[in-house]
Design a binder for this molecule. Structure first.
Ligand code: SAH
Length: 395
């Protein structure tokens, strides 16, 4: 076997790896010995030639995504172990054989020791998104491991990496079925039914990470007038209806999402007149709003995809939350979220704090929310905690 490329770091740039942070930034590299092939497994050393980690190499700001802090070969055995380990955790969490929930995240990138790999599980269907060339190159082995781990609990595998893998020459086959050919199906989440289209839907088809927060919305909904802003396929709305809301309005700028929301409302509460879904822009809706809602959910798309647009993103959160504080009825509850990896919990909280002060409302924090445990976060990789939420009471 050809010798692996060796990457030597600049003096002092080894500290984050010694604390098991799984990324090597290009600026930390002193020298590269050997070919610089994207997706290759490379070894990383400090400037005294001491081994630190092995990982996938790629051109760009994150040059190496660490696979192991011990020397490893990424052969079939290696992937078998990693994938089985991830499956086992979901078994421990009671997700694999659960009569009320059959949708969960099977592989959560760094949180499962597999940077660049996301796998979501929809009642027998695995939807894969690779974010790195290294994971793309190892897909065949990973898929074999998935079949071994899940056995007859897996009948379809869809690779949906068209939008997540960078455009590079020679990288083909980004999307398509790797097992079976079913394009959509129905899943259960906490006993509620949802129609999911993993081929055409956003991300892998459904926002699995809001499962626990949706349940909490259900608990607060009795008798309330609910606005689910940025509703996508209506997840929060269905729980609000189940929780006894007086009325539920779902708003999303995507007409397709609104169609799916109506379908999901019909699936769970056929003919129920309490629900209305509207395809509209959030800010326009706030401007023309007539209803006095007393439960408001704000779950916008990631405003900051990169660190360099952070301040604009924080402005966006402030503006949006201010609209909500100005509009909500006295005694109302706001569920507000940020799913931007680049926005820290503290920064998000500050934006919401300024929004509340600008609207001159008295606001108390009731809950601080995060992603559920099938989206685990490595304790060494804080960026993995991307989902932040606050439940607020507004006097
Ligand atoms: N709350 C959802 C997930 C929201 S994802 C759930 O539980 O599944 C963010 C949603 O915001 C997307 O569906 C997107 O179509 C919508 N969106 C993006 N920009 C918007 C805007 N300006 N106004 C309203 N909706 C918007």
């Amino acid at each position: 076997m050809a010798e692996r490329t060796r990457i030597v770091l600049k003096s002092g740039k080894d500290q984050s790896l010694r604390r098991f942070h799984p990324w090597v930034f290009s600026g930390a590299i002193k020298k590269i010995h050997g070919p610089e092939r994207e997706g290759d497994l490379v070894d990383v050393y400090d400037n005294k030639e001491e081994f630190l980690a092995s990982g996938h190499y790629q051109h760009g700001s994150i040059a190496v995504r660490v696979i192991s802090f011990e020397a490893v070969e990424t052969d079939q055995d290696f992937w078998d172990q990693r994938i089985a380990h991830a499956w086992k955790l979901r078994e421990t969490l009671g997700m694999v054989s659960n009569s009320r929930t059959n949708v969960f995240r099977w592989v959560n990138a760094e949180g499962d020791g597999m940077p660049g790999l996301i796998v979501d599980y929809y009642a027998g269907v695995a939807v894969i998104q690779t974010h790195s060339i290294g994971m793309h190159r190892n897909l065949e082995a990973i898929v074999l491991s998935m079949k071994k781990s899940a056995g007859d609990k897996l009948h379809t595998i869809y690779n949906k990496s068209e939008s997540t893998l960078p455009d590079k020459p020679g990288i083909t086959g980004k999307s398509g079925f790797l097992l079976g050919d079913r394009e959509r199906g129905e899943v259960l989440e906490n006993g509620y039914r949802f129609s999911v289209n993993w081929v055409e839907g956003q991300k892998t088809g459904f926002f699995i990470d809001q499962r626990e927060s949706r349940r909490l919305v259900g608990e607060y909904s009795q008798g309330r007038k609910v606005l689910n802003m940025f509703g996508y396929t209506g997840g929060f709305s269905i729980y609000a209806m189940g929780g006894g809301a007086q009325l539920v309005h779902s708003v999303d700028s995507s007409g397709k999402a609104i169609d799916l929301t109506r379908e999901n409302a019909e699936l769970n509460f056929p003919g129920d007149k309490r629900h209305e879904a509207k395809a509209e822009d959030a800010f326009t809706y706030f401007k023309d709003m007539k209803e006095a809602y007393d439960l408001l959910i704000l779950d916008p798309p990631a405003f900051a995809k990169h660190q360099n647009v952070l301040s604009r993103a924080l402005q966006g959160y402030k503006r949006l939350n201010q609209r909500a504080f100005e509009a909500i009825a006295p005694g109302g509850i706001i569920f507000t979220f940020s799913c931007s990896q680049a926005v820290s919990r503290e920064n998000f909280r500050k934006s919401v704090f300024v929004a509340a002060a600008n609207a001159r409302r008295k606001v108390r924090v009731l809950h601080q929310l995060s992603q559920p445990p099938d989206h685990p976060v490595s304790i060494y990789h804080l960026e993995g905690e991307y989902l932040k939420g606050l439940v607020l009471e507004v006097e």
